[in-house]
Design a protein around this ligand. Structure first.
Ligand code: NAP
Length: 299
């Protein structure tokens, strides 16, 4: 039996593992895909204090190596439920693991557009990860949808490979950093398509164009693109824990800065919990807070 099972090997989960191991607790981290979480797809991080510039992959790998070198065990197993009690049983698709405390650090996943044919065309022109798939579109025209930092960074990244990059955003002001917007404005092959939403994904076997509608003028047009990179934010994936901890209307785990859920021995950290700022720094900070709270709960 482990002292603490951490669900999720993203920034919050691995930070929690580092703190819990340094506090002398045995730690098992369960992850359904691979370590790193969402940051692994970010080409460049420039706002993590103390690190001037690092790729998401290198950052995540550093965290993983630090946690495992300290003795945390990481297993790739999808958690399906948790049985509560003084000893908790974390049930996965492969088996189960007993522990005294659980830290839920499940992060969030990409939000889909919700358009017809989106699933069918995913992998055939529609992508949620410019860093992973951008190279397939070298020399082609592509579009990015979204107005946050992910969309801005994706558009910048793609502008280095692709002939033309349309940046489609539903408003005329961006949620992401001004610095990134300015960088894009300086790029000759980037075109802003503002106040616009995508209404259809077109093409036989692969994407050929997207239909967009200007929400202010009502004007509709098709943009001929071979690739569409959807970057319209994230949503949590906490349905498996709905009976165990309280979720808000959007599915985030209700918890404050102390990372305590309403359930004894169950803690939460990072993007999966209710919070106003979802950044690497806040995910790391949550990891530390949740781990120390779990250590003090175990005693
Ligand atoms: P985000 O900041 O939540 O932005 C999502 C964008 O998608 C918003 O512009 C939003 O429009 C738009 N959107 C949402 N739903 C939509 C829909 N159904 N149809 C069309 N557009 C829609 O998400 P994010 O860019 O993935 O970033 C998430 C967090 O990670 C942020 O805190 C961000 O700063 C951070 N991040 C940091 C870095 C970095 O520091 N290097 C890199 C990437 C991300 P509205 O603006 O109109 O709401």
């Amino acid at each position: 039996m482990n002292d603490i099972v951490i669900i999720g090997a993203g920034t919050a989960g691995l930070s929690a593992a580092i703190y819990a191991r340094r506090a002398g607790k045995t730690v098992l981290v369960l992850e359904q895909l691979s370590y790193g979480g969402q940051i692994i797809n970010t080409p460049e991080i420039e706002n993590y204090p103390g690190i001037r510039n690092i790729s998401g992959f290198d950052f995540a790998t550093g965290l993983y190596e630090q946690a495992t070198a300290l003795g945390a065990e990481v297993l790739i197993e999808k958690v399906v439920s948790i049985e509560d009690g003084d000893i908790k049983k974390v049930v996965t698709e492969e088996g189960s693991h007993e522990c005294r405390a659980v830290i839920l650090a499940t992060g969030a996943k990409n939000r889909p557009l919700g358009l017809a044919r989106e699933e069918e065309l995913t992998g055939a022109g529609v992508s949620y990860c410019a860093t992973c798939d951008g190279a397939f579109f070298r020399g082609k025209d592509v579009a990015v949808n979204g107005g946050g930092n992910t969309a801005l960074e994706d558009a910048l990244f793609l502008s280095n490979y692709c002939s033309h990059v349309y940046l489609i955003h539903r408003r005329d002001a961006f949620r992401g950093d001004d610095k990134e917007v300015q960088r894009l404005k300086d790029k000759e092959n980037v075109e802003f398509v503002l106040d616009s939403v995508i209404t259809a994904l077109n093409g036989e076997d692969a994407l050929d164009s997207v239909s967009v509608k200007n929400v202010k003028t009502g004007e509709e047009k098709d943009l001929a693109v071979k690739g569409l990179f959807v970057a319209i934010g994230q949503m949590p994936d906490n349905a498996a824990f709905a009976g165990l901890v309280e979720l808000d209307d959007h599915g985030y785990i209700k918890a404050g800065e102390d990372c305590l859920t309403g359930t004894k021995g169950i803690f939460t950290a990072g993007d999966c919990r209710t919070k106003t700022v979802r950044q690497l720094t806040t995910a790391s900070a949550d990891g530390a807070v949740a781990a120390l709270a779990a250590c003090s709960y175990i005693g």
